[in-house]
Design a binder for this molecule. Structure first.
Ligand code: SF4
Ligand code: SF4
Ligand code: SF4
Length: 286
């Protein structure tokens, strides 16, 4: 179990606890303010954050390390992500009542278009986006420039079946699924992306010493008897956790985030996800 399971899951997978998606959390004023500020000025937050992290490159290493640790602690309390394999994503969608597909803010930030890869998830029932008072009020605060009411034409209410089809399509594209907090422990979104699609969090993880995305609950293992060494999984892993050696794929367990998208591309059914705690090298690495 990761630290979030201990703190917010009573020792079980914390993202399978219904209360972490609950409406009372959603209507909490501080959290609501955080969500509005986050969504209204996403580009500004990212640009300022990256400027700060770039500036830190010029300070002495011990101070830089302290600053990175402080930033990671702040993010852990406010907004962070964790990969979830598709089977856990399905269980999360069983818990949540409403799923709203919205454009991806990271892709937009990087000029990669307004593709709708983000899912807002909540236990709050939503029958119609355009008349739901909570949605309309929140959207009006996030999109204040629309005098006649917020434009929700890019938002789409999905069923669980439609969402699972979308998740399959994402895996075929090499996109991993991750859950995101908005003032921890409230989980408000499930994202679908990878480093090359423009994920700001993965870029920060990879390029700087602080973390916006933490490792998942699992780690990949390869069945050497099945692996043909085709290399498809190696090319697919966004965290460079797989390497081809001696005609087979090998997992560098310490780098693995347990997302499972390597498994989706293996035609030999040679990849399994196992509980991270059962692998000595990863048992305490999040
Ligand atoms: S975390 Fe992923 S899906 Fe979510 S906004 Fe960023 S790139 Fe888009
Ligand atoms: S995709 Fe499967 S068969 Fe190909 S290298 Fe990876 S584990 Fe082996
Ligand atoms: S090895 Fe597989 S499960 Fe691990 S991070 Fe890479 S793609 Fe994800």
């Amino acid at each position: 179990m990761c630290q979030f399971c201990v703190e917010h899951g009573d020792g079980k997978k914390w993202y399978l606890e219904a209360e972490n998606y609950a409406c009372d959390l959603e209507s909490d004023l501080r959290r609501r303010g955080f969500i509005i500020d986050f969504a209204r000025d996403f580009d500004g937050h990212v640009a300022r954050g990256i400027r700060y992290l770039e500036a830190l490159k010029h300070v002495p290493a011990p101070l830089r390390r302290l600053a990175h640790e402080a930033a990671t602690r702040r993010l852990r309390r406010s907004h962070f992500g964790q990969p979830v394999p598709k089977e856990d994503a399905a269980r999360i969608l069983d818990i949540t009542t409403s799923i709203v597909r919205v454009p991806c803010v990271c892709r937009r930030f990087h000029g990669k278009g307004d593709h709708a890869y983000c899912l807002l998830i909540t236990t709050r029932p939503i029958a119609d986006l355009s008349t739901d008072p909570f949605v309309v009020d929140l959207a009006a605060r996030i999109l204040p420039d629309y005098g006649a009411g917020p434009d929700l034409s890019d938002f789409e209410l999905l069923t669980k079946g439609q969402t699972m089809t979308m998740l399959d399509d994402c895996e075929a594209e090499g996109l991993l699924h991750s859950i995101w907090t908005f003032v921890t422990p409230f989980i408000g979104a499930m994202c679908n992306c990878n480093l090359s699609s423009g994920c700001v969090a993965m870029r920060i993880n990879q390029s700087y010493g602080c973390r916006v995305m933490f490792k998942g609950e699992n780690v990949a293992t390869i069945d050497a008897a099945r692996c043909t060494g085709c290399g498809s999984c190696v090319a697919r892993c966004p965290f460079e956790a797989l390497a081809g050696e001696d005609g087979r794929a090998n997992v560098r367990s310490g780098e693995c985030y347990g997302c499972g998208i390597c498994r989706a591309v293996c035609g030999e059914d040679a990849i399994r996800l196992v509980d991270r705690r059962l692998v000595p090298e990863t048992a305490h690495s999040w």
